[in-house]
Design a protein around this ligand. Structure first.
Ligand SMILES: Nc1ncnc2c1ncn2[C@@H]1O[C@H](COP(=O)(O)OP(=O)(O)OP(=O)(O)O)[C@@H](O)[C@H]1O
Ligand SMILES: [Mg+2]
Length: 359
């Protein structure tokens, strides 16, 4: 499901606001502090119970108010979602008036954000890329979440035994760790490979429209599984027993995985400029969004805050044709309305909002 409308009460700078989100693409533009990020954030909170910016949900309640309320409507299914956060109380989420958990919410209304952290995807620690990968799979596949929980539960137990120096006890968790770990790894690997196919296809289309996009071609993107794939997880785990016991922690496995971006053997983060890195991250996130939509019968909303920061006008020109190929709802913000007429003229519907005039 995806929202057609969202209504805010006492959310950050907004007293009350009703926004129509039914277009395929929506652009929110306006000057610093007008509320662009807040609107995108409200959509993310409504679809995940979390913010992409802060872990303190209370800070999202408008100053002087007691509670924020977000209501979202899906005109297709008729579903109504209500997210409520009062001071000193946990967040409350209801779909059609029935309480739901965060896992149920993220599966009912999936959304992914491309924000200032995602822009420099390659500069972040491996944990960040793992989380991005896992969040997609978690939403898409219930089986994946079972393997994920199964793996991390047994990893925790194995590590506790290692801390006590009890290798026999630690090894008792290996069969379950291996079973879930191999499943995790296969699903992750499959996702990276499938997303790469979509990414290559997008870049090919971009290059036809703008030669500058050629730098995004010929990039190797692959999963580093966290163990030597040629030997396999089981053998790697066995081979690392002595080291694990010495370090009191499990040193190999999918909890050490990473997604690697390379060009001719060099890490992208070491060679790409900031603008290039940002556009690459956007293209990768977009490809993942398309993959999840196509393969798991989802309609994941894609949120992109501050499109043009760090991008020069040529790089922006490079990106714009991509809007034609986005398959799910795309909601993005920018300081100025740079592109209105340029992204019209395709079959997708597009709507612009001047945020300063909304409040
Ligand atoms: N809890 C709150 N209560 C009242 N106002 C708030 C609250 N939280 C944030 N604000 C204010 O809301 C305004 C909008 O912030 P927001 O981050 O959405 O702006 P923006 O349009 O994204 O700006 P920029 O272009 O600088 O990124 C800011 O002036 C901010 O100080
Ligand atoms: Mg902002």
């Amino acid at each position: 499901m995806a929202f057609s409308k969202i209504e805010l009460r006492n959310f950050r700078c907004f007293d009350s606001l009703l926004i129509d989100l039914s277009s395929s693409s929506s652009l929110f533009y306006g000057k610093n502090g007008c509320g662009k990020t807040s609107i995108l954030e409200s959509i993310y909170v409504a679809s995940s119970g979390r913010s992409f910016r802060t872990s303190n949900l209370e800070s999202l309640i408008k100053k002087g108010a007691e509670t924020f309320i977000i209501k979202a409507y899906d005109d297709n299914s008729g579903a109504i979602l209500e997210v409520n956060k009062a001071k000193n109380k946990p967040i409350s989420i209801k779909i059609n008036n029935s309480k739901v958990t965060i896992s149920e919410l993220v599966r009912a209304f999936p959304s992914f954000s491309i924000d200032s952290k995602t822009f420099f995807y390659n500069d972040n620690a491996p944990e960040y890329r793992r989380k991005q990968l896992d969040r997609g799979l978690f939403i898409a596949s219930v089986n994946y979440s079972k393997d994920w929980f199964g793996y991390f539960r047994s990893l925790k137990q194995r590590n506790s035994a290692l801390k006590l120096g009890d290798l026999t006890q630690a090894k008792a968790y290996d069969p379950i760790l291996i079973k879930h770990g191999e499943n995790l790894n296969n699903l992750r690997e499959n996702l990276v490979q499938e997303v790469k196919v979509i990414y290559d296809d997008l870049v090919k289309k971009l290059v036809v429209e703008n030669e500058r996009a050629a730098i995004f071609y010929d990039i190797d993107i692959y999963l580093k599984p966290g163990f030597d794939n040629k030997i396999g997880f089981e053998t790697c785990l066995k081979n690392s027993n002595t080291v694990d016991l010495k370090r009191k922690i499990t040193t190999v496995g999918p909890h050490k995985a990473d997604v690697i971006f390379e060009s001719k053997g060099l890490l992208i983060k070491d060679i790409f400029s900031r603008g290039e890195q940002k556009l690459l991250s956007i293209l990768w996130s977009l490809s993942q969004n398309i993959y999840l939509g196509r393969s798991f019968n989802l309609s994941p909303i894609l949120l992109l805050d501050d499109l043009s920061s760090e991008l020069d006008s040529e790089m922006l020109e490079c990106f714009l044709p991509i809007l034609k190929y986005i398959e799910n709802r795309f909601i993005f913000s920018n300081i100025v309305d740079l592109f209105g007429s340029k992204i019209m003229g395709n079959k997708q519907s597009f709507k612009k909002f001047h945020v300063e005039q909304l409040n």
